[in-house]
Design a protein around this ligand. Structure first.
Ligand code: HEC
Length: 123
């Protein structure tokens, strides 16, 4: 289960090029789904799984120049990635290459899987 949170820079939405501004930050809280006695996920009244324990925070942040630190075959514009534990301390040993590689094909959507939700929000 995931909940996405946007910081103040991000709340302004997409610029005229359809990209998020510098200093945009997206924090995704990732929860385990609550399970019933037989180990199946419980579905709530809204049709979604019910969140149980907070596992990690996956974070994307865009800062001018950060892309220069990333090899071009992995570069996601100026985005960088990190994972924070449930207690909000940095999770060490995360290989950001995996994050960059999986989000990379979404270059026309500013590397965001939830891009359409941002577009819809703007209207
Ligand atoms: C195998 C592919 C894959 C990898 C690897 C991956 N992601 Fe993602 N990421 C996704 C998908 C798919 C979504 C959309 C999930 C959803 O909306 O339920 C997503 C969504 C996100 C979002 C919310 C913004 C958005 O794009 O919708 C953040 C933040 C994020 N990922 C961070 C990370 C971080 C940090 C890493 C590396 C530790 C990472 N991702 C690695 C596939 C991946």
């Amino acid at each position: 289960m995931r909940y996405n949170f946007l910081n103040e820079s991000t709340v302004g939405g997409l610029d005229s090029n359809g990209m998020l501004p510098d200093k945009a930050t997206i924090v995704t809280e990732i929860y385990a789904a609550k399970l019933d006695d037989s180990g199946q996920p419980i579905t709530g009244e809204d049709g979604h799984f019910v969140p149980d324990k907070l596992l990690v925070h996956a974070v994307m942040e865009k800062r001018q120049g950060w892309g220069d630190l990333v090899p071009s075959e992995l570069r996601n514009g100026d985005w960088n990635y990190a994972v924070f534990k449930a207690d909000k301390t940095l999770k060490e040993g995360v290989n950001q290459a995996a994050c960059l590689a999986c989000h990379k094909p979404l270059h026309d959507a500013d590397y965001l899987f939830s891009y359409q939700a941002l577009v819809d929000r703007k209207q």
